[in-house]
Design a protein around this ligand. Structure first.
Ligand code: FAD
Length: 466
């Protein structure tokens, strides 16, 4: 089949507006948040699983690679279009099922925006607890395909914990109905969990049965200024003695706070400027008692000097204000230009030593960038962001970034860490996979890829080369 015949077949099988071929129409779909240059011959926007099947079959027959695309908020380049590919966008697969309040689950098509799902289940006082700053644009299919983490992992774990069943289309156009609503099903290999985190390289997820939990009762959000990075894990240890559930434990450096204030015009009510800030969110049954306990807990920490200043957000406005500082960081850094990003993880107990090693490397190398540090300390995943000094050239920045990267990953390995905590491998981490996975694991990856996609047509060149 020629490319023209493929496009004809696609436009025949897709409902109106389901195929984009004009360069200006295609452009928004060929890259993600990494702004990695991408390309595509066309974009398909199927409205149903049957339409996905027809797209996949046409592409398989003509050997056209397919790049699945959700909200394109990915930070690993997984949704970046490759030469000659067809981008399959899930934007129009956006139906939500009724909430099952007995089984606490809901069916969502892959293109449902994460926040829309949240609002849908909030109406039943339930929660799908995958919470990330990109939730206004990211999709359920993208969250599943990247096994997204986010700010509530300390309490709820990653996305893979919040799905029971998947519907997915294989490269042969078979529709897999995997596990449905079953909580228990020990009948061999778990294909649901294999597809979660597979970044569109094994099958196209078209829908999922998602597990729900109750919404938190009362939340109290604290923003605490601390004297150095060591104080961050110290505070984590302290906070875990509290008789409340920790909903989030995040940190950011003063550089990140300055960036959010300057680039997004956000305000911080703390009067003390400190090297690091910690955001802790706790849940309690009773708002009044929760706030009183939190105040009682913080007072001696201030006397000891572990905490330099703090504010407590109890109302939704105050909490929103505090979260705005943390959640605005990625956006504010992006507004400063090219950012080299490292979403790494180490065992939490190694966090201080790891960051010390990183800082020492930067001191030794004297690169033309500054380190912006923030992230999820509770699950050992700091985000390292490098921003170019204003007067340095882009060439020097990239060269210094690459020099730093080599040492960073060696340090990471020595601490038993991972080159990707939660953003996935995509294009950007592929060459570093050997730092986190053994040769045997990678051989098995290739076998799995071959079993699902023998002609390497699903998101080729992502995660692992075959
Ligand atoms: C401001 C900001 C904050 C973020 N914070 C976090 C965070 O805290 N934690 C975190 O983990 N991530 C975070 N991210 C990264 C990103 O939001 C997540 O990776 C998210 O899960 C991607 O969803 P998406 O719909 O945008 O997927 P996309 O970017 O469109 O795609 C991601 C990958 O999934 C594949 N894919 C998408 N849909 C499907 C499908 N239906 N079937 C098969 N494959 C598919 C794509 O091919 C690609 O490989 C953040 C991003 C931004 C911009």
């Amino acid at each position: 089949m020629s490319l023209n015949q493929v496009l004809e077949a696609l436009s025949r099988n897709l409902t109106a507006g389901g195929l984009l071929t004009a360069p200006d129409d295609i452009k928004p779909y060929v890259s993600d948040w990494t702004k990695t240059a991408g390309t595509a011959m066309a974009v398909a926007l199927p409205r149903s699983t049957a339409e996905v099947v027809s797209v996949v079959k046409a592409c398989r027959d003509a050997k056209v690679p397919i790049v699945p695309s959700g909200g394109r908020t990915g930070l690993a380049g997984g949704a970046v279009g490759t030469p000659g590919c067809l981008v399959l966008s899930t934007t129009r697969l956006n139906r939500l099922g009724e909430v099952d309040i007995v089984g606490r689950s809901v069916y969502a098509e892959a293109g449902v925006v994460t926040q829309t799902l949240h609002e849908h289940v909030h109406a039943h006082d339930l929660e799908w607890p995958i919470d990330l700053a990109a939730k206004g644009s990211s999709t359920v299919g993208g969250n599943l395909s990247t096994n997204a983490g986010g700010v509530a992992v300390i309490r709820y774990g990653m996305t893979r914990k919040w799905v029971t069943g998947l519907q997915a289309v294989t490269i042969d156009g078979d529709v897999l109905e995997l596990n449905g609503e079953l909580e228990k099903n020990n009948t061999g290999y778990d294909l649901v969990q294999l597809l979660v985190g597979s970044e569109g390289t094994l099958a196209i997820i078209t829908g999922a049965t998602l597990k729900l939990t109750r919404r938190p009762r009362h939340l109290c959000t604290l923003l605490l200024a601390v004297r150095n990075f060591t104080a961050v894990p110290d505070l984590f240890v302290e906070s875990r003695h509290l008789a409340y559930d920790i909903q989030a434990f995040e940190f950011f450096s003063n550089r990140c706070l300055t960036s959010v204030k300057e680039k997004l015009g956000r305000k911080c009510r703390l009067t003390v400027e400190a090297p690091f800030y910690v955001l802790i969110e706790l849940e309690g049954e009773d708002a009044y008692r929760l706030q009183a306990s939190v105040e009682e807990w913080v007072a001696p920490l201030m006397t000891q000097g572990l905490v330099l200043d703090g504010m407590i957000g109890s109302s939704s406005e105050e909490r929103k204000e505090i979260w705005g500082l943390r959640e605005g960081i990625t956006e504010s850094l992006a507004l400063s230009g090219r950012v080299r990003k490292y979403d790494v993880s180490v065992p939490v107990r190694h966090a201080v030593e790891f960051i010390d090693d990183v800082k020492r490397t930067i001191d030794d190398q004297k690169p033309v960038f500054d380190l912006y540090l923030f992230g999820h300390l509770a699950d050992g995943s700091p985000h390292l962001n490098l921003l170019k000094h204003p007067h340095a050239s882009m060439e020097q920045f990239e060269a210094d970034g690459e020099r730093f990267e080599k040492v960073l990953y060696a340090i990471l390995k020595s601490h038993g860490g991972s080159v990707s905590a939660e953003h996935g491998v995509g294009l950007l981490k592929k060459n570093w996979l050997t730092y986190s996975r053994s040769a045997t694991e990678l051989r098995l990856y290739r076998s799995i890829k071959h079993a699902f996609d023998p002609h390497n047509l699903l998101n080729p060149g992502k995660v692992v080369d075959v």
